[in-house]
Design a protein around this ligand. Structure first.
Ligand code: ATP
Ligand code: MG
Length: 238
């Protein structure tokens, strides 16, 4: 199988001297195209830092990162922006929906940056919203949608540029169990179409729906190849 994500000896250090924090330390991690992975571990263990690096939102302090065969640690900001737009869909809390725009307009935005013609933008955004079962809500503003519906709009926005990779940082953290199942159903479907999905979660039941679990502790990967069956015992020792 082809590796889509390859972190080699990656460290991320924040601050200097007394305030230095080793958010990630000498992390080696390979995720192949088509995988469905959960990233787990205690609070502060480096999960979001790793997702930011994997998503090309930040650069490592040391080490190499190959995404789809390309050493992205060496690229400048413009090139990183281009890669993010072309290859990655984000379901991150810091990328809010824009409140003044409708669901449709929010989902159209990534295609504006990608230079897709207006008509095609509308069609593809509507199709993405249909895929997350929101065809009847496309003209609603975010405040006119439930939390779970907003999260589905975020997922539609993440998939509209047909990314290779969807990254989600605690996508179900604020959702009830019913909506959590909806969101997980969408991720499983996306993965079945060949999209690689990597998701941070604190919830064992959510992690069990993936096929591989990577466990972080104190900025290091302590186990990169756990199975959904291992989750119970992990939570007991965490
Ligand atoms: N911008 C920053 N500046 C300084 N320290 C940071 C910064 N971002 C994260 N850290 C520190 O790096 C470490 C890892 O943080 P990170 O956000 O990756 O943890 P996490 O595993 O996602 O935790 P949580 O489960 O609480 O979301 C923590 O000690 C955190 O305080
Ligand atoms: Mg986090």
């Amino acid at each position: 199988m082809q590796s889509l994500i390859q972190l080699r000896h990656v460290s991320k250090v924040y601050g200097v001297g007394n305030t230095e924090v080793r958010a990630l330390w000498n992390v080696d991690l390979t995720i192949n195209a088509g995988e469905y992975c959960a990233i787990m571990g205690p609070s502060g263990s480096g999960k979001s830092t790793a997702m930011n690096l994997i998503g090309c939102l930040d650069r490592p302090t040391a080490g190499e990162y190959y995404l789809d065969g390309e050493n992205v640690a060496e690229l400048d900001d413009n090139a990183l922006t281009h890669i993010r737009n072309r290859k990655i869909g984000f379901v991150f809390q810091q990328f809010h929906l824009l409140p003044q725009l409708s669901a449709l307009e929010n989902v159209m935005l990534p295609m504006v940056y990608a230079g897709v013609p207006t008509r095609e933008r509308r069609d593809r955004a509507a199709a993405a919203l249909t895929r997350v079962k929101l065809a009847d809500r496309i003209d609603n503003k975010p405040t006119q949608l439930s939390g779970g519906q907003q999260q589905r709009v975020v997922i539609a926005r993440a998939i509209v540029n047909q990314p290779l990779l969807v990254l989600a940082d605690e996508p179900t953290g604020a959702l009830d169990s019913h909506t959590t199942q909806d969101v997980l159903g969408i991720f499983a479907e996306l993965n079945a179409t060949g999209i690689t999905v990597v998701m941070v979660t604190h919830e064992p039941d959510v992690a069990r729906k993936t096929r591989r679990i990577v466990w972080f502790r104190d900025g290091e990967v302590v186990d990169a190849n756990l199975t959904p069956n291992d989750v119970g015992s992990l939570m007991a020792t965490a």
